[in-house]
Ligand binder design. Structure first.
Ligand SMILES: O=C[C@H](O)[C@@H](O)CC(=O)C(=O)O
Ligand SMILES: [Zn+2]
Length: 278
């Protein structure tokens, strides 16, 4: 079963007046993984789709959704998958790709069949991002050893973290999609601080590896008009092109970032000095 929900885009002046509940309704994606379901959120921000596939008792086929008005989900789209659970398999037009914990798969436009499967005795958790695509690029697995690793932050600022670029154009050819995973070192809590915006691209964050009972305060909004959303493990949040996206946890955690839009230039960011935030 493939379910989907539509989310509209917003003007920043309207978002200033949102209540806590409205902010959560529009930007938070609270539940991605339900037994034997694929759950998708179709956002009007660059038509980016955020989703989860959680095969427990059966294999799950990625079905087309109404919003696409396309025969197959990937007729005019590309897909990125990162497995945050135990070993699993993604079958792409008859070919099996084994994804271990924290491994990624890029699936190109034009693919007809994508099926998410367990490996015997294992429970994979597949996190999905998809963006419109104009060109077919080959499907490619990005394992841990293929990642481009960047060490960021400093213990002194509680933001020491390891950024793994997975689906980026130095590793795999894509039309719009960029995805990666940032791991906070134990004792460090701040991600993406100093924060940034990139009007050229929207972004979605998915938080995981957060200890039971802990929480992350995710910060969004224009740099001089910020709001926060408290998030739990395995929740995602949409970041408009005009918004910062940073967070502080009550412990360390890992998160997946995914982007789409005008360019594929990871470094294209407008940084904000922390003491200029409001
Ligand atoms: O545009 C890039 C994204 O916001 C993230 O890659 C930032 C991030 O993972 C981090 O600083 O920890
Ligand atoms: Zn960003």
């Amino acid at each position: 079963m493939t379910n989907s929900e539509l989310r509209y885009a917003h003007h920043p002046n309207d978002v200033k007046r949102y209540t806590t509940q409205e902010l959560r309704e529009h930007f938070l994606i609270p539940e991605l993984f339900k037994n034997d379901e694929i759950n998708l959120t179709y956002s009007m921000y660059d038509r980016f789709i955020v989703g989860g596939a959680f095969p427990v008792d059966k294999d799950l086929q990625l079905e087309t959704i109404d919003d696409l008005k396309a025969e197959n989900f990937l007729d005019r789209r590309e897909l990125g998958v990162i497995n945050v659970g135990g070993a699993g398999v993604v079958e792409v037009d008859g070919q099996d790709y084994e994804l271990n914990h924290k491994e990624a798969l890029y699936v190109g436009k034009g693919t007809k069949n994508v099926i998410f499967k367990r490996k015997a005795g294992e429970q994979p958790i597949f996190y999905l991002n998809s963006a419109p695509a104009h060109k077919e690029f080959p499907t490619k697995k990005v394992g841990k050893e293929d990642a481009e690793v960047v060490h960021l932050g400093d213990e002194k600022y509680a933001n020491k973290r390891i950024l793994n670029k997975l689906i980026v154009n130095s590793i795999v050819e894509t039309c719009q999609l960029q995805m990666g995973m940032t791991e906070l070192v134990a004792g460090n809590v701040w991600n993406t601080m100093p924060p940034h915006t990139h009007a050229r691209r929207m972004e979605a964050y998915f938080y995981f590896d957060l200890e039971e009972g802990q929480t992350i305060s995710h910060f969004m909004g224009q740099p001089d008009e910020t709001r926060h959303i408290f998030m739990k493990n395995h929740q995602a949040v949409l970041s408009p092109e005009w918004s910062i996206h940073a967070g502080a946890g009550t412990s360390n955690y890992t998160f997946i970032w995914g982007m789409a839009g005008e360019n594929l230039d990871y470094g294209d960011m407008d940084k904000v000095d922390p003491d200029n935030l409001k």
